[in-house]
Ligand binder design. Structure first.
Ligand SMILES: *Cc1c(COP(=O)(O)O)cnc(C)c1O
Length: 421
């Protein structure tokens, strides 16, 4: 069971809403820090362990600064994300660049920042060499194909566009060695939102075994394996969070068996987890705008899927709390909708909730990763603000809401006035 409790009272929320109108995302600094510490502690047996926060989950520099303060690195996959890393003062090997279908300018930026470059394809060795030059440390992304079952978000590995085949890994590291690269890493990421700790133990086992095989066949020494992201979170109240200690102990067992036993230690272990780090500690706060009774009963909110796309995109469950009505005896069945002209713009379908009225505050849980960040402007929808609930109870705005001026900023209306038809 995961308890779906809120870090604020209804009164506190009302106070916040007076200053920052709904909808907005709000993150809980205390909870983010506490989880970050738990994560690092679980893996403290590994010298040089590092978690690179996958910044695409919530690309806000304030959140990154908090996590950096806890000792996290950053995992980037685009030019904008690399720029953001630079803007929060991150550089060198605290940046992991795990991209795919990558343009040269992004490799150039990653190299300029001294980031660890994680290549997605064997052809990128030459592409990187021709456009930027090979760095002294290179990592490859492995796609285990039929060796591993995927899950619904990423799909089956052999149908996933990412990574090298096993044969390509052998060929790729051989080429790197020949070209004088001295430092090596190995990465994989084959699942997303996975709640079974054994899944990660099995992934670690596959990578450790591969490191042993690659090291002995090619005579190279690996510095690290990167187990990627994909640690799931309990979106549903009946689900349990991943037991990090259990996962870590399982990984240690495989480490001893394949790495220590073969004299390949020290081998660092990295993660690039996004969802688990901030997901449960961010909330989308909205208000009921309209109640509608037709063939079904609808609660229309003042937000929409551009604030949180997961339910529409994956049919994902997000828990909903109605502050002040938690213990209400009257329950009703609702579809909770947004205002986009797309019928799948629903935060919840057939959800039993307390009887709602216009003006009720609605809190949507687990929106702290792949929430605000997936926002878009389709249908002229504007992205909401992001707020941070600080440890001392203070609330600060860490990103303002978009305005119509932002929306129209790429258009030239003077040009339109002169445009003859
Ligand atoms: C999205 C992504 C992550 C983070 O995944 P989570 O499910 O948020 O942990 C890590 N690495 C890569 C390469 C990704 O694309």
């Amino acid at each position: 069971m995961s308890e779906k409790v809120l870090p604020f009272t209804k009164e506190k929320l009302e106070e916040i809403i007076e200053k920052y109108p709904t909808p907005f995302h709000i993150y809980d600094e205390r909870a983010i820090k506490s989880y970050a510490r738990k994560f690092l502690k679980a893996f403290s047996w590994i010298k040089g362990f590092k978690e690179y926060y996958a910044i695409k989950a919530a690309p806000n520099p304030y959140l990154m600064k908090i996590l950096h303060g806890e000792g996290f690195g950053i995992d980037c996959s685009s030019l904008a994300e690399l720029e953001l890393a630079a803007k929060v003062g991150m550089k060198g090997e605290e940046i992991m660049f795990t991209s795919n279908d990558t343009p040269a300018e992004e490799f150039r930026k990653a190299a300029e920042l001294g980031a660890i470059i994680n290549l997605d394809d064997i052809a990128h060795i030459k592409y990187l060499e021709d456009n930027v030059g090979l760095p002294e440390l290179v990592c490859f992304r492995y796609n285990p194909g039929p060796l591993k079952e995927g899950n619904t978000i990423i799909g089956r590995p052999e149908e996933a566009k990412y990574g090298f085949t096993k044969n390509q890994l052998f060929e790729g590291y051989r080429i790197l060695k020949e070209k004088g690269v001295k430092r090596f890493g190995l990465h994989t990421m084959v699942a997303s939102n996975e709640l079974d700790p054994n899944y990660f133990v099995e992934t670690a086992q596959i990578l450790f075994e591969l490191v042993a095989e690659l090291s002995s066949k090619l005579g190279i020494r690996f510095e690290f394996v990167n187990l990627g992201g994909g640690i799931g979170i309990p979106y549903k109240p009946e689900q349990k969070p991943v037991d990090l200690d259990l996962m870590s102990q399982g990984i240690k067992g495989e480490y001893d068996k394949y790495i220590v036993a073969n004299g390949l230690d020290p081998l660092k272990i990295f993660f690039e987890s996004g969802r688990a780090i901030t997901g449960p500690y961010g909330y989308l706060v909205s208000k009921v705008l309209h109640i509608k009774d037709t063939y079904k009963r609808y609660a229309g909110l003042d937000s929409c899927m551009s604030d949180l796309m997961r339910p529409a995109l994956y049919g994902a469950y997000h828990h909903i709390t109605v502050p002040g009505k938690e213990n209400s005896a009257t329950k009703m069945l609702y579809d909770v909708t947004g205002s986009l002209c797309e019928n799948n713009d629903k935060f919840a379908i057939n959800r039993i909730l307390p009887k709602l009225e216009p003006g009720d505050i609605i809190v949507i849980h687990d929106a702290g990763a792949h929430g605000h960040s997936m926002g878009f402007n389709y249908n002229g929808k504007l992205r909401s603000a992001e707020l941070l609930l600080r440890e001392n109870g203070e609330v600060v705005q860490i990103r303002r809401a978009e305005t119509l001026a932002d929306y129209f900023a790429t258009l030239d209306f003077k040009g339109i006035a002169q445009f003859k038809v």
